[in-house]
Structures are given as structure tokens and as C-alpha cells.
Design a protein around this ligand. Structure first.
Ligand code: UDP
Length: 245
């Protein structure tokens, strides 16, 4: 059965499973330019070494990501978002994913702190960006722009556009979280090619952002799962409340 997409009166039919990742299933549709993403309740951390299921997580991440994508679109960032279909399903543009994880950091934490021996919580003098090459078997090794171009992951002009968009996304998200009393420590985004344009793809959710409470520096959401800080399910619901979803 075709589902009606809100006001646009656009219809799309969910067809075969195209791909299943750690957190999402991706389905083909009867429109070759569109896919349907279905968020799962499965949780992983540390490159899949830690696994679990958190009831309701798929719905929270789907709605949170969509909320951000709509906000970013309004501010001029091109994204793959088309329309939310249900609690866990969203129609997105079928972009050709660029195999780079783009990580933006505002505050030292996680692998950055470990690698450089810089205390978690150190406010970076300016936001910084790193790339890793999306490859599970290799553990997503960190690479630079020269590597990315040399291995054919992206072209120079694409890298420049990705960097420009990534810092713009950071400014927008940082402010949005700040207004909610949350510090955006770091996050990961991905980009794709769609009809000759670079667009923001994948997701922006509590799984891909490191968020700390502004007053207390309490680690919110994702870090709780990673470090067994408990209350994981409640923490995902808390995202909802915090974001007014
Ligand atoms: N991140 C992600 N997926 C990845 C790798 C990193 O979403 O495969 C996010 C992570 O959640 C954090 C940021 O990118 O918000 C920086 O991650 P870091 O390199 O510090 O790795 P970690 O120490 O979190 O494993």
C-alpha cells in the first residue's frame, strides 16, 4: 500500500530492503530517487563491540534527526530529508553516500582526548574537523583530505563543500542545543551526492552527538550507554522532552 506524504500529497511505496546497518534498515521505494529509512531499537557502541536494545530508541532518533534536518534545511543546509512517515520511518533522497565520517569537535572528549592526551572537557580554541574512512573491517581509520582525494572517496571541490557545510551545521546545532541548556561537545555527520549537489545525509541523533548538560557537565544520552551510567531508556525519552518533540 502506498503511504501518503503529508501535505505534499506525494505517494511512495516501500519496496525491498536495500541495506541493513547497526541502527537502521533502508528500503527501496517505487520512486528511484527516494528511499525509506526505518530506525531500529538496537544500540551499539565502540564500533559494534557493545550491543543492546533500547525500547523506543528508534523512534526517538528518527524524530530527533528529522527535527534537526528540517531546522537545517530552513537555514539553507541541503539535506536528504523528505518527510517523516511514522515514528520510525522517514522518506529520504537516495544520495550516493561519500564514504567519510565527518567529525566536528568543540570540546575535547573521547578518542580525541585519548589520542592527544588532552583532558576531556578542554574547550578547543576553535572547532575542529576530522575525517575517518568508513570501513568497518578496518575500524574506520582516521584519514585526511589528501588521503580522501587520493583513494577516490571525494574530489577536492567536494571536500571543500563538505567542510564548509559541516562547520555551518556545527554553528546551527551548537546554538540549538545551547538554547536547550545542552553543550554540543562533538558529533559525526555524513554527506552524499544527489543530482550534482553535496547534501547532508545519514542522521543527527543522540547516537551521533556527544551532549553534556550545560550546568553540570553531566553526560547525556549516548555516553550513558557507552559507560554503563544507567537510565539509558529514560535518557532517550529525556532527549524527546528536552527537544520539545
Ligand atoms: N561518532 C559516531 N559514529 C562513529 C564514530 C564517532 O557517531 O562511528 C561520533 C561520536 O558519537 C562522537 C563523535 O563522533 O559524538 C566523536 O567520536 P570519537 O572519535 O570521540 O569516538 P568515541 O570516543 O566517541 O568512540
Amino acid at each position: 500500500m502506498k503511504k501518503q506524504l503529508g501535505k505534499e500529497r506525494y505517494f511512495v511505496e516501500k519496496l525491498d530492503l536495500l541495506y541493513e546497518g547497526k541502527a537502521k534498515q533502508v528500503f527501496l521505494t517505487d520512486d528511484p530517487d527516494l528511499l525509506i529509512v526505518d530506525y531500529k531499537d538496537d544500540a551499539t557502541a565502540f564500533n559494534g563491540e557493545k550491543k543492546g536494545t533500547i525500547p523506543g530508541k528508534g523512534a526517538v532518533n528518527n524524530r530527533m534527526s528529522n527535527q534537526f534536518f528540517r531546522m537545517l534545511e530552513k537555514k539553507g543546509i541541503p539535506t536528504h530529508y523528505v518527510q517523516e512517515l511514522s515514528d520510525t520511518e522517514t522518506v529520504v533522497k537516495k544520495a550516493e553516500i561519500i564514504p567519510l565520517k565527518v567529525i566536528i569537535r568543540n570540546v575535547a572528549a573521547g578518542s580525541f582526548s585519548k589520542k592527544l592526551g588532552i583532558e576531556e572537557g578542554f574547550q578547543l580554541l576553535e572547532p575542529t574537523l576530522e575525517f575517518s574512512y568508513k570501513n568497518d573491517a578496518l575500524g574506520d581509520p582516521m584519514i585526511n583530505d589528501y588521503y580522501a582525494i587520493a583513494i577516490g572517496a571525494a574530489q577536492r571541490n567536494e571536500i571543500e563543500r563538505i567542510e564548509e557545510l559541516a562547520f555551518q551545521v556545527n554553528d546551527i546545532l551548537k546554538e540549538a542545543f545551547w538554547n536547550l541548556g545542552i553543550r554540543l561537545i562533538d558529533f559525526k555527520i555524513e554527506f552524499g551526492r544527489y543530482k550534482g549537489q553535496i547534501i547532508l545525509a545519514d542522521e543527527i541523533s543522540s547516537d551521533t552527538c556527544r551532549l553534556w548538560d550545560m550546568e553540570t557537565d553531566e553526560k547525556l544520552y549516548q555516553d550513558r550507554f557507552r559507560h554503563d551510567l544507567g537510565e539509558v531508556e529514560g535518557a532517550y525519552q529525556e532527549v524527546f522532552r528536552h527537544l520539545g518533540l
